[in-house]
Design a protein around this ligand. Structure first.
Ligand code: KG4
Ligand code: ZN
Length: 353
């Protein structure tokens, strides 16, 4: 079964064709990142206007470049993200997908963007990672979804059976990276910028003040990252007052922030793994592209006595794309009449809306 996926929940405009939920035949992602770099973040109206311009060319390109696809007649269904995300951006993808479903007379499957992220772990890759297995994840699985707007820990009992276990009470992990990078004047998006700056920190220099590890020892599976951003702000102000704020201080602080975020994510996730005795652990979302986070999870799993398998998507599949939307639709194949699909900007990962 060949599914055309369409994803426009944030600033990317993406389309992909995926066969049987695992084989990427094409994947096209157009980003308006350069425009957002100028403003230090996404302006929703600007993002949506750009998406209107490129949605049709991106879909055309995804069909044209898909191996073994001759044309629309080879597409069995359309999958589209219906939430969560920016309302204007979601509508661009949804209205286009609805129109194509009607005109082409193919079924349409609405996909939750956060659930979609999880399915990056079902996609075959040409670029094997240390966590690439010959098989797909086995259930039950614990999954950590860490994106720009969400941090959720869930138990996947099967396809379509997702139980929310915990999540952030305030800022998401990606949001913390983005806001701290802005404070440190490292640019946008903050995750890759903090990660690059952290690599420039040197161990023989005075380390940055230790930042808190929020909620790390709490007896729950929740997170809180907004205090970390405030702690970074306080440290920057202190350093400036003492005329010690320079590039090296920024690198040390970026390094300590990355350590703090990663330690909390790994510790809380392993708590869930122990509690639920699962067969697989899945990472997903833009922050799972963080090399330090990947390294810490690999090390932690290699030290657990159980035979749990760790799945981390290939780098380019961690951030927003339409291949995982098409994959999610294959494994949760519930078409609906196109007229019933609307955008849900604040959809939760376990929402059945
Ligand atoms: O999943 P995603 O592409 O979009 C959303 O659905 O939000 O995630 C974007 C987030 C941003 O906050 C970005 O800073 C973060 O993922 N990110 C990273 C890295 N690459 C992207 N965070 C840490 N390290 C990275 N290498
Ligand atoms: Zn995303």
């Amino acid at each position: 079964m060949k599914i055309l996926g369409i994803e426009t929940s944030c600033d990317e405009t993406a389309a992909a064709v995926v066969e049987d939920g695992t084989k990427i035949l094409s994947s096209v992602v157009a980003s308006s990142l350069e425009m957002h770099q100028k403003t230090g973040g996404i302006i929703p109206e600007v993002a949506a206007r750009e998406q209107i311009k490129c949605i049709i060319p991106v879909i055309e390109e995804s069909i044209k470049s898909a191996k073994s696809i001759k044309g629309i007649k080879d597409i069995d269904a359309i999958a589209v993200t219906y939430g969560p995300g920016l309302i204007g951006s979601l509508l661009v993808g949804i209205e286009t997908a609805k129109t194509l479903s009607d005109v082409w007379n193919v079924p349409i499957i609405p996909v939750n963007h956060l659930v979609g992220h999880l399915y990056a772990n079902w996609l075959q890759t040409n670029n094997p990672q240390p966590t690439t297995h010959n098989s797909v994840p086995e259930f039950p699985a614990i999954a950590l979804v860490v994106s720009g707007g969400h941090t959720d820990l869930v138990l996947m009992k099967n396809h379509g059976q997702i139980e929310w276990l915990g999540g952030t009470r305030d800022d998401a992990a990606g949001e913390c990276f983005d806001k701290a990078a802005r404070l440190l004047e490292l640019g946008y998006p903050g995750g890759p910028a903090i990660s690059a700056a952290a690599q420039l920190a040197t161990s023989n220099q005075q380390p940055a003040t230790k930042l808190p590890r929020p909620m790390i020892s709490d007896d729950n599976l929740d997170f809180s990252f907004s205090g970390l951003k405030t702690a970074v702000l306080r440290e920057v102000m202190n350093l400036k007052a003492n005329q010690q704020y320079n590039n090296l201080a920024t690198y040390q602080l970026a390094h300590e922030l990355q350590e703090a975020i990663c330690e909390v994510l790994v510790t809380k996730t392993l708590k869930a793994v122990k509690k639920y005795q699962v067969k697989s652990l899945l990472l997903a979302g833009g922050v799972s592209a963080n090399s330090r986070l990947r390294e810490l999870f690999q090390s932690a799993i290699s030290h657990t006595p159980s035979t749990i398998k760790l799945f981390i998507p290939e780098f380019k599949l961690c951030t927003d794309n339409a291949a995982y939307i098409a994959s999610a639709a294959y494994f949760n194949n519930f078409p609906v009449p196109w007229e019933t699909i609307t955008a849900y900007p604040s959809l939760a990962i376990d929402d059945k809306t």
